[in-house]
Structures are given as C-alpha cells and as structure tokens.
Ligand binder design. Structure first.
Ligand SMILES: NC(=O)c1ccc[n+]([C@@H]2O[C@H](COP(=O)([O-])OP(=O)(O)OC[C@H]3O[C@@H](n4cnc5c(N)ncnc54)[C@H](OP(=O)(O)O)[C@@H]3O)[C@@H](O)[C@H]2O)c1
Length: 275
C-alpha cells in the first residue's frame, strides 16, 4: 500500500476547489507538507493565504457560475496539456450550507448551493475527465456525514451531500477498469468557516454532546490523503462519525429524519435562547 507521499509522487497536476479556507486549505497544506512536484491549482473566489509564497496557482473562480467554471476548466485543460507525464488529482471541495426552517431561508441562496455543491462538482469532473482518463488520476469529492440521512433545518444542504456521496460511489464503479477512480470524503462537524457561512450563531460542536464530535480541518485532510493512498472509494472521518453514519443509513429513514428534526430543533432553540 503506497504512503500519501508515494502516491503524490505520481501526480503531475493537483486541482483543489475551495482552498482559501477550512478543509480545502488543509488539503493543500497537507499536500505541501507531504511534498509534491505537481502543479497545485486552487479554484475559489479568494486566493488562499497559503499561496502567498507563489508555490501554487490560484484561478479566481465563482464555481456557482457555469460560465466562470467553463473558463476555469479550459485553463486547467491547458495546464494539464503542458504538464509532464503524471496523474491528475481533482479535489471537489468547495461548498456551503444554509441553516434554518426551509420557508425562512433565502430561495436564491438554496439554488446557488445546488449550483456549487452539486452542479459544479459534476460539471468540473466531466469537463476534466477525458484528460484524466488519458493520464490516470482520481476525483475526490467532499460529501459529509449529512449525506447518510435527511437533515431537517439543513434540508437542501444534506440533500446536496447525499447526491455527492451517491454520485461519487457510482462514478467509481463506472470508472472501474480505467486509470481513474473516485473517493467520497464524509467529514462530520469540522472547525472551519462553514458554520458561520451557514448561518449558525454558535457552531454546534461548541455545545453539549456535539462537542465530542469536533474535528480540525487538518485532521480531515490527513484522513483524506490516507484514504487516497489506500485506494478507498469512501472515507468517513473518525469512529464517532462512522457510528453516526451507520445509524443514519441503517435505521428506518422516516424515524431517523424525525429524530434528526428533534435534535436540530433543540439546537436551534438553544441558539435563539443565547441571543
Ligand atoms: N465544516 C464542516 O463541519 C463540514 C462537514 C462536512 C462537510 N463539509 C464540506 O467541506 C467542504 C469545505 O467546507 P469547509 O468546512 O472547509 O468550509 P469553509 O471554511 O467555509 O470553506 C468553504 C470553501 O468553499 C469555497 N467556496 C464557497 N463558495 C464558493 C464559490 N461560489 N465558488 C468557489 N468556491 C467557493 C470558499 O472559498 P471562497 O469563499 O474564497 O470562494 C472556501 O474556500 C464543503 O463542501 C462542506 O460542505 C464541511
């Protein structure tokens, strides 16, 4: 079984979306720490601080825009064409959530979420797949433990992550026998800007039982690179998250949704009481 370092040695181009913060930033940091000669490209709206030493290529892109994604993908195709022999690693990580009762949430934000969390993942992957099939590579899609069951108060977000998980596992099977494979990463609650941008007043892991689920984005990145090197098709980060994923996917879906609703409603009330 290769180590992450041995695996990354075979890469010529590494593309990460959402490297400007959180899990994406930690993935780029982990790749740099392990060491690689590959060109590392980041796609997000703001430039990652980690690229200030000019060791990476930032392509400023709003991936929720189909035309901006197309322009970025065309640039990436040229970068891949010019790169020395080696694999292409694509990390589809950009994403956001929106927390609250569905009728109180902004409709446009929900649709932009689907554009970014779902459409951009499919679009970027399918645009780059022909070049990846020529060189070999891997598509790493960041899903979530929210993918394993419906998520009341995060209804659209959880459904986008179910799509990402199911699509990635199916993609991996479709690609069997080729030089490209796919990996779905399912983190649980992770310290990043995610909760602020999703509208949580306090990150849920800062309170009660959720506190024990807390993980850093660096830990998630470590799980990701290890799973990549081991050739896994899915990784759920940590045993506590594995238990939640097991419970979410093995129990009757209606009951699991109801229990999730009760827990998240309580969390919502607690957040309101604090303010
Ligand atoms: N944190 C958690 O608890 C958790 C748990 C499970 C899964 N996840 C997933 O992990 C992934 C990374 O999230 P995170 O926790 O690292 O959150 P984060 O710190 O908020 O990072 C989100 C990243 O997505 C990028 N992004 C947002 N909108 C974008 C757009 N329109 N176009 C391009 N890039 C965009 C952001 O870059 P710019 O703002 O510069 O564009 C940022 O780099 C997401 O897919 C999220 O759903 C997070």
């Amino acid at each position: 079984m290769p180590t992450p370092s041995e695996y990354l040695n075979h890469a010529a181009v590494i593309i990460v979306t959402g490297g400007s913060s959180g899990i994406g930033c930690s993935i780029i940091k982990a790749i740099k720490t392990v060491g690689t000669n590959a060109v590392v490209c980041n796609l997000s709206r703001s430039k990652p601080d980690i690229f200030s030493d000019k060791t990476g290529l930032h392509i400023s892109t709003d991936l929720s825009s189909a035309s901006a994604l197309q322009t970025a993908a065309e640039r990436l195709e040229l970068i891949i064409d010019e790169a020395p022999p080696g694999k292409v690693l694509l990390f589809n990580n950009s994403g956001f959530g929106d927390y609250g009762r569905i009728e109180e949430l902004d409709r446009c934000k929900q649709l932009t979420m689907i554009d970014l969390n779902v459409k951009a993942v499919v679009d970027l992957t399918l645009r780059l797949l022909p070049k990846m099939l020529e060189r070999g590579g891997v598509v790493v899609n960041v899903a979530s433990t929210s993918a394993f069951q419906p998520t009341p108060f995060l209804a659209t977000y959880g459904a986008t992550k179910s799509f990402v998980l199911n699509w990635t596992l199916a993609l991996n099977e479709d690609l069997r026998g080729t030089s490209v494979r796919a990996l779905a990463v399912c983190p649980g609650p992770t310290r990043s800007n995610f909760f602020k941008s999703a509208g949580f007043e306090t990150p849920p892991m800062n309170s009660g039982a959720n506190a024990t689920l807390d993980m850093t984005s660096d830990q998630v990145a470590e799980y990701t690179l290890n799973a990549l090197a081991k050739g896994r098709s899915m990784v759920v980060t940590g045993w506590k998250n594995k238990c939640i994923a097991f419970f979410g996917s093995k129990f009757p879906i209606v009951a699991v949704t109801r229990i999730g609703g009760v827990i998240l409603r309580k969390l919502r009330l607690e957040q309101h009481r604090k303010h």
